[in-house]
Design a protein. Structure first.
Length: 303
C-alpha cells in the first residue's frame, strides 16, 4: 500500500521507517528538506511540497498527517484536503483534541473524502516495539487501511483496533494519557518515599528491578524508571520541571463535563503545574498564616 506521510518529526519518521520495512511505499513531506532526504536514503520517496506529494499518489489516495496538535494540525488538514478528491482519505495520527477531530472529520466528509483519527502511543520505542493505535472513523474505511495498522502495530492482531466513530480514537488516547499521568505520579511518589528512608540505604534501581518481575506493579513505565535510575540513581542532571502536552487537561475537563470524578488524574495534573513553580506564593502564605495564628517559626530568605 502506498501512502503520503506529512510531518517527519521523530514519530512520523519512525512510523515511515516501520512502514517501509513492512513493504509499503511512503511519500514523505516535511518543511525541513534535510529530514526528507534522510528518509529518501532509507527507501522513501521524497517531496518538496504538498502538491508534489499528492501528485505521487494514485487514487484513492491516503495521506497520514503526523504533526503536533492545534494550529499546525488544523493548517495541515485544510491544506491537504484542498488537494484531495472524493474517495481519498486523511489520517490524523497526532494527539488532537477529539472535539476538533469531529469538526475536521465532518468538514472533510462534506468534500467527499474520508477521515480517520488514530490515537497513537509508543513514542521513540515504536519503531522497534510497534505502536498502540486507537482508531476512530468509518469501519469500512478503517478496514481498508488495515494493512497499514497491522504493520505499525506490535502484531497483526495486537495493539490496535477500531474503537468507534470519528473522534473516538483521539478520545480514547486522551483518556489513555490521563491514566498515564496518574501512573507516573504514583511511581514518582513511591520512589521519593523510598529515598527518604535514609537509614535503610535503599537502592531505588535495585528495587525497581525487583518489582519488574512478578510484582503486581510491574509495567513498561516501571521498566523505563529502572533504566533511568540505572543511568543515574540521583537523576543529577534532570530539573524537576514537568510539562504537559494537553491530554491530561482535556481529560480533567471531560470529567467535569460528564460528572465523573477522576481525583488521581486531576492530582497528577496539578502536581505537574506545581513542578514549574519556583517558591510558590501559596506556600509562603501558608507559612505566614501558621506564624500569625500560632506563632510558628517562619524560615526567612536570609537564613
Amino acid at each position: 500500500m502506498k501512502i503520503g506521510m506529512v510531518g517527519l518529526g521523530k514519530m512520523g519518521a519512525n512510523m515511515t521507517r516501520r512502514l517501509l520495512r513492512g513493504g509499503h511505499e511512503v511519500v514523505g513531506y516535511d518543511p525541513r528538506s534535510a529530514v526528507v532526504e534522510e528518509l529518501v536514503g532509507e527507501g522513501a520517496q521524497g517531496s518538496h511540497s504538498l502538491d508534489e506529494l499528492i501528485g505521487k499518489l494514485a487514487a484513492p489516495r491516503t495521506v497520514w498527517i503526523m504533526v503536533p496538535s492545534g494550529k499546525i494540525t488544523e493548517e495541515a488538514v485544510v491544506s491537504v484536503s484542498a488537494l484531495l478528491s472524493a474517495g481519498d482519505t486523511i489520517i490524523d495520527g497526532g494527539n488532537s483534541n477529539y472535539k476538533e477531530t469531529r469538526r475536521r472529520a465532518q468538514s472533510v466528509r462534506e468534500q467527499g473524502c474520508h477521515f480517520i483519527d488514530v490515537g497513537t502511543s509508543g513514542g521513540i520505542w515504536g519503531l522497534a516495539e510497534g505502536y498502540s493505535m486507537m482508531i476512530g472513523g468509518d469501519a469500512n474505511v478503517v478496514a481498508r487501511h488495515g494493512p497499514l495498522f497491522e504493520t505499525l502495530a506490535p502484531g497483526a492482531e495486537q495493539g490496535w483496533g477500531h474503537v468507534g466513530p470519528s473522534g473516538s480514537g483521539h478520545f480514547v488516547k486522551m483518556i489513555h494519557n490521563g491514566i498515564e499521568y496518574g501512573l507516573m505520579q504514583a511511581y514518582a511518589e513511591g520512589f521519593e518515599l523510598l529515598r527518604a528512608k535514609e537509614e535503610f540505604e535503599l537502592s531505588t534501581h535495585q528495587i525497581a528491578n525487583i518489582w519488574r518481575q512478578g510484582s503486581v506493579v510491574r509495567s513498561w513505565l516501571l521498566d523505563l524508571a529502572a533504566h533511568a535510575l540505572e543511568e543515574d540513581e540521583d537523576l543529577t542532571d534532570i530539573v524537576a520541571w514537568v510539562p504537559d502536552s494537553g491530554e491530561g487537561r482535556w481529560t480533567v475537563v471531560e470529567s467535569i463535563d460528564l460528572n465523573v470524578p477522576v481525583p488521581v488524574i486531576t492530582a497528577a495534573l496539578q502536581r505537574r503545574f506545581r513542578s514549574r513553580q519556583d517558591a510558590p506564593f501559596s506556600d509562603k502564605l501558608l507559612a505566614a498564616l501558621r506564624n500569625q495564628f500560632g506563632g510558628h517559626a517562619v524560615k526567612r530568605e536570609s537564613e
